[in-house]
Design a protein around this ligand. Structure first.
Ligand SMILES: Nc1ncnc2c1ncn2[C@@H]1O[C@H](COP(=O)(O)OP(=O)(O)OP(=O)(O)O)[C@@H](O)[C@H]1O
Length: 620
């Protein structure tokens, strides 16, 4: 079923939901419950979009009530005052809400921290004030009455029951689309941005663009829900769309479970029904409501549904561990052949999924990377001063120097995470200076980090697939629809990722949570993930740090193998044995200046280096 266009992987749960909610009205004697269920579906629609924003990209908005209100007021004005047809009113409010959210997102999402929260909070207040003040247009505090019921031609959704089937149908369709998005290359990228924004950028993901699009999409969900609300209740007032509703929406996401679309729906259901259930507490209702919310937030901050799911999974895991014989306990030893006998690893092979000609180093070819006079200061501290270096194809250039010499800063400059004040960076003779990190990564600069940057929310394979993001082309629209092209692309990326994992002898661990990997395996995974970008050059920041000699021997084998295949590598490393053994050239930095360059032997004998860094007497 999930192979069909539009049908998500969770289609069984969706079908169950459709059948249950389809049958529900037939068992209800009281139309009041239908009203509550309709409000619940409207809330759930807004929460679905908001969860995409908060749960996936980690951006919190306290302005979604304003988008809901905008949708309601714009359609009310267009269809009542201006007498526009229903479809034109809908198109108008979607366009207006989309553009307004873009104007809110563009300046604020560039800033780090809580600017989006502040900006959306301010936006919500402005919209509420405007709705109150623009009385001739909005009806002011007394509200806007006489909005027509939803209709298409002569068919009018006049009863609660009719609206119920309409809104729940819309909600289930929206859920299917959003599940498709969530379970795709784009969905993975959004979650990757949330967990580690800079790593996502270094893996070629256009984080800013994705955050903006997600914000606009989530605002459109709210605007559409507002449109439906206005034509359902036929009377709206500014009170409904004030800041408290925004807070309530965020609470629904948090209580249900950030990032879990099903959890968000559960949160919307709970917080819509809770006030109804607590009504007989009368004056103590708010107190009981607050206590329940606080309890959920304190005792299960990950949200109710994820808590239940992880509880279920833990029980399942415990059962399967019990079933596993004790003799097999140590079966998941890391690279057992490495730990028992490094020689038995043999010669690992990596298929770079790239033609040899692009990486081969024919004589006379320009260096793959050329840094010229790079200077960068942090306030009063000059971290890099006129540093220049070149890296050829099939060459390992080690970048060494004492702590604080500027090595990581230089890698950050190359990958675009820091902008130098002076200098030029050429990748295969083309300047990459000033490009965003994701553009530099997509042009072929791979990167591993000093502290391993794997995604803890993802499995091993999913981590690889984040690396393969740049190899895909499907956008928001095709992933929403789960088109045939998108499915083909996803299975191609999966195949490639598995094959690369196999080169690193981790294909059998593809489904493992990444936390279960050893440090060596995590480092290999990070390296494999960087190779998924099909890089021209690989920047490695202290790859063997924290590994024991046998583990670092294996990692070194992979590094030298990449050199053999023609890749240029910059290796920042404190382990001098590794540097002296595998580097073709060494560049030495001290206080941000290049103090020496040459072969390992030359550098070892350089008195300036000995004095500045190695601290040992010249002995050969
Ligand atoms: N974002 C930053 N803001 C201010 N100062 C910084 C920043 N990043 C690095 N520095 C400073 O720049 C200098 C170079 O730091 P860098 O991390 O590049 O050194 P390194 O050679 O990689 O050191 P190590 O071997 O310890 O990792 C240090 O003095 C560091 O404190």
């Amino acid at each position: 079923m999930s192979r069909l266009i539009f049908i998500p992987k969770d289609w069984r749960a969706l079908l169950l939901m459709a059948l249950s909610f389809g049958a529900l009205p037939f068992g209800l004697s009281n139309d009041y419950f239908l009203l509550v269920l309709n409000v619940m579906a409207l809330n759930a629609l807004v929460v679905l979009g908001l969860n995409l924003l908060i749960g996936s990209t980690g951006q919190v908005s306290l302005g979604h009530a304003a988008f809901y209100g905008l949708g309601a007021y714009l359609s009310a004005i267009a269809s009542t005052t201006w007498q526009w047809p229903m479809v034109a009113s809908l198109a108008f409010c979607i366009l207006f809400v989309g553009l307004t959210s873009l104007l809110v997102a563009l300046p604020t999402l560039r800033l780090e921290g809580h600017y989006l929260v502040m900006a959306t909070l301010g936006f919500n207040i402005i919209v509420t004030i405007l709705c109150n003040q623009m009385e001739p247009l909005t009806g002011g505090p007394s509200g806007f009455p006489g909005i027509p019921k939803l209709h298409l031609g002569s068919f009018v959704l006049s009863t609660d029951r009719q609206f119920y089937f309409f809104i729940w149908g819309i909600l289930i369709a929206a859920l299917a689309l959003t599940l498709n998005l969530n379970d795709s290359r784009i969905g993975r990228a959004l979650k990757a941005i949330h967990e580690k924004d800079l790593t996502a950028q270094a893996l070629g993901i256009p984080t800013f663009r994705y955050k903006v699009v997600t914000f606009v999409l989530s605002a459109v969900y709210a605007g559409f829900a507002g449109f439906c609300y206005a034509h359902y209740v036929t009377f709206i007032s500014p009170k409904t769309f004030d800041i408290f509703y925004s807070v309530q929406l965020v609470t629904m996401v948090v209580v249900g479970g950030m990032g879990s679309l099903w959890g968000g729906l559960a949160g919307a259901a709970l917080l819509t029904f809770l006030p109804e259930l607590l009504r007989h507490f009368e004056d103590f209702y708010i107190l009981a409501y607050g206590l329940i919310l606080m309890g959920v937030l304190v005792f299960c901050p990950q949200g109710l549904l994820p808590l239940l799911i992880s509880f279920g999974r833990r029980k399942k895991r415990e059962a399967s561990i019990d079933n596993t014989s004790k003799g097999e306990k140590n079966k998941r030893e890391v690279f057992p052949e490495v730990l028992s006998d490094i020689e038995s690893v043999g010669n690992p092979s990596i298929s770079l999924q790239e033609t040899n000609s692009t990486l081969s180093n024919s004589p006379g070819r320009p260096p793959v990377l050329n840094l010229r006079d790079i200077s960068l200061g942090f306030g009063g501290l000059q971290a890099l001063q006129s540093v220049g270096m070149e890296v050829d194809r099939g060459e390992i250039v080690a970048l060494i120097g004492p702590n604080g010499a500027g090595k990581t800063t230089l890698l950050n400059v190359i990958s675009g995470l820091l902008k130098p004040q002076e200098g030029e960076i050429l990748l295969e003779e083309k300047s990459i200076l000033g490009l965003a990190p994701f553009q530099i990564a997509a042009r072929g600069v791979g990167r591993t980090f000093q502290a391993v940057q794997v995604y803890h929310q993802f499995s091993v394979l999913e981590n690889m697939l984040v690396g393969y993001h740049v190899q895909g082309a499907s956008g928001f629209f095709s992933t929403y629809l789960h088109t045939a092209g998108e499915r083909r692309e996803e299975s191609r990326l999966r195949e490639n990722a598995l094959s690369l994992l196999d080169d690193f002898r981790m294909a059998d661990k593809a489904d493992w949570p990444v936390q279960q990997l050893s440090l060596l395996e995590q480092k290999l995974l990070e390296m494999a993930r960087a190779l998924a970008l099909q890089p021209r050059i690989l920047l490695m920041d202290e790859p063997v740090g924290g590994l024991n000699p046998r583990e670092s021997e294996l990692l070194v084998r992979y590094i030298t193998l990449l050199r053999k295949q023609g890749m240029g590598i910059i290796l920042v490393e404190h382990d001098m044995n590794v540097v002296m053994r595998i580097a073709d050239r060494v560049v030495v930095l001290q206080h941000g200046c290049r103090i020496a360059t040459g072969t390992p032997r030359e550098v070892q004998q350089n008195p300036q280096v000995i004095a500045a860094y190695l601290g040992v007497k010249k002995n050969d």
